[in-house]
Design a protein around this ligand. Sequence first.
Ligand code: BTN
Length: 245
Amino acid sequence: CGRNYLYHPTLSSTNDQAKESARRGAPEGTTIVAEEQSGGRGRLGRSWHSPRGGLWFSVVLRPPLPPARAPEAVFVAAVAGVEALAAYPGVQVGLKWPNDFVWRGRKLGGILTEVTGELDQINHLVVGIGLNVNLDLQDFPPELRTGVTSVREITGGDVSRSELLRQLLAALEHWYLVWLKQGFTPVLAAWKRHNACLDRLLRVLTPEGELVGRAVDVDADGALLLATAGGVRRVVTGELQVEGD
Ligand code: BTN
């Protein structure tokens, strides 16, 4: 990954730029980085606050897999992110299902994957990663401040974003190859080692409504298993809120 590296001072969204490049035939590993995004996008149609000082980038992948397997890529990127961040003293982050990097319950970053393809074959898969790196809480709008953190907030100083990006891309390449060669099982096993929500009481907003229960596991397809009063429910898409212990 990171073989064809394109840096932009400002973009609307690195994911949009990466998708456009992919449509025009950009090779696998093409990496789009922006100093800031004016229209950064998060999951579930949300906007993503992306000022200067963060690390906002997207990678074009072309896995020889059916589109139904694309959701697994979030787990690949999540494991890579946790491992790269672990090189920084004190930045032991956990994962909040499926794609949030969290530190003491606060969000440090997230992943947005987007896929295009035919029924049997992915054409391209864009993996977008956003990390709050050299940012202060004051860099966020007041309504976000209680829920976020940054590498600078955790370590008390700035880190080199180019070095962090290099480590992230190396880890992404490693886990991408594990995924292609060995399948999803080892990726999921690694993801589970960093699961910050295991046994926590969660409120989960799903397209079908709200569920409350304890996170008991993530199944072989990456769905969250929630023990609710009405039995174990399988959640494929949703937004988690940690309720307590
Ligand atoms: C989320 O947690 O909701 C996912 C956030 C993903 C943000 C990154 S920043 C780089 C890339 N470009 C975007 O517009 N979004 C992703």
